[in-house]
Design a protein around this ligand. Sequence first.
Ligand code: PLP
Length: 426
Amino acid sequence: MKKYRLETRCIQSGYQPQEGQPRVLPIYQSTTFKYDSAEKVGALFDLQAEGDFYTRLGNPTLSAVEQKIAELEGGAGALLTSSGQAASFYAVFNICQAGDHMISSSSIYGGTYNLFQKTLREMGVEITFVDPNASDDVLQAAFQPNTRLVFAESLANPTLVVLDIERFARLAHANHVPLIVDNTFPTPVNCQPIAFGADIVVHSTTKYMDGHATSVGGVIVDSGRFDWSQGHYPELTEPDASYHGIVYTQQFGSAAYIAKARTHLMRDLGAVASPFNAFLLNLGLETLFLRVERHCRNAEKVAAFLEQDHRISWVNYPALKQNRYHGLVQKYMPDGTCGVISFGLKGGRDTAVRFMEALKLAAIVIHVADARTSVLHPASTTHRQMNDAELAAAGISPDLIRFSVGIEHIDDILDDLRQALEASQS
Ligand SMILES: *Cc1c(COP(=O)(O)O)cnc(C)c1O
């Protein structure tokens, strides 16, 4: 379906019913699939035949949504997971284990930071966090002989740092390792990391892709372009004893990485998406291009409003002209960034709390990037495990308010902000 434009792919990709079949992607709410011969099931188990046999490893509803997202990102294949956290973990652990080293941008989602900083370290993976704006020389110095990958967010949650994807891809490739990009905030509607050299893309589909705050989920997309034989990836280029010695790069060619994520990690760790959640995700994807555009146009107006208000100390929205990342936005996400804005209120923490509690339309929730406008204070919630030095390194000031602009009427959102700003001053 790659010949169609993105809007059309959002709606049509992944499921093409045959004569007399349901027009809408059905929910295959079945753990297992029927076969007539034990021999066929054996071949499926040995990865010598294609077909679904157990939903942890494959299901027609999941496959259709995976196919759609792969086509939206321009990838060779995709794997749905039960959460964005599972997607990030599998994406890394697929090629980086105990004794290996990875490099991550320090401007990443708090949950991903904990995953890398604590859990992966406990599993024996060495990690170097780098400032995504550091010079090429500083970034190059972070590479070690056992470095297996570089990880970064295209548009960081919540700092809204915009990644120079081409520069990161160039450095990673010069060191024979892939670049993994978390593209949750811009979505493929606004940013196409694979087109700029990223090798693997991950998402928390929980955010804009689902878009209605119904289902926690994640996805890994494999560009199919990285040459694993160039680096040190024996798990992909040497026989896997748990599958009678198959070699992923031989058996699956350009889809080796995503095939291994499914047949090895999903088999053994099992963070599988449910068919029902995949169905809801698919509904969200059908309107992704409409919603993302509205989120962006609304957020641009909110950012402009906040910027001219004397009670606001600073506004961070990358689409603003004066923003440090405006140049990178023009290159990587010219049609828009996302609906999330961060800003600080004069008067510090107490004023921020009064402001948040006075909001009526915008709700305080531990979530961003759905149809409803919402607000959050990262230092006391999503990033509360970090100390002040770590917060500073991640670019999060204690007064930072993260405002996720929804797709309601812009005047209702602005009215709500006006009255809450008034109330915050009393
Ligand atoms: C929310 C989020 C995650 C984690 O996803 P879950 O679906 O909550 O597990 C990862 N990366 C980014 C950028 C996120 O915003």
